[in-house]
Design a protein around this ligand. Structure first.
Ligand code: DLZ
Length: 155
């Protein structure tokens, strides 16, 4: 992980329930991010049965799916995962804006932390660097999710 990413100490996630929502667009990248996040969650003590992991179509659907998971399960925190790669139309801009605003809205409306696990990249190369191998952002999202999930659970 590059300098600039936070480091955390004493994260013990035993008993924490975590929702993970993965967009199928850019499947290889999103599922590498998912696996990175789930691997780290389990290292921190989250039990496999306490992880609710679902797949949805694309990043645009992440806010709705996050709200659905919060309304229908007991999750303490949600990690939505998507990869947006800029194309030649305005699609990227509309989706990125809607998703970032939608995710924040779900989080503040429900009081359940919802992370921004969405890569918004100009090229596929940028996305690969951040999704696969040592640059995989998934583990760092897991750290952040556990910190916020514990904050809420222990309030
Ligand atoms: C339509 C679309 C496009 C062009 N690009 C992406 C992308 O790069 N990443 C992603 O997660 N989803 C993309 N989508 C799909 C939309 O997020 C959404 O699933 C559809 O517009 C249906 O609502």
């Amino acid at each position: 992980m590059k300098d600039g990413a936070p480091t955390y100490t004493n994260l013990d996630a035993t008993g924490l329930k975590v929702g993970v929502i993965t967009a199928r667009w850019n499947y290889q990248l999103t599922h590498s991010l998912r696996d990175g996040a789930i691997g780290r969650l389990m290292e921190l003590g989250v039990a496999e049965q306490d992880i609710v992991s679902i797949d949805i179509g694309g990043s645009y659907e992440l806010p709705f799916a996050a709200r659905h998971l919060i309304d229908t399960t007991e999750v303490d925190v949600v990690i939505p995962i998507g990869v947006l790669v800029k194309g030649s139309t305005m699609h990227f801009e509309y989706i990125a804006e809607a998703v970032s605003q939608g995710i924040m809205r779900v989080s503040l409306d429900t009081g359940v932390p919802v992370l921004f696990g969405v890569l918004t990249c100009l090229t596929e190369e940028q996305a690969k660097e951040r999704a696969i191998g040592p640059g995989n952002h998934g583990p760092s999202w897991a750290d952040t999710a556990v910190e916020l999930g514990l904050m809420r659970k222990n309030a």
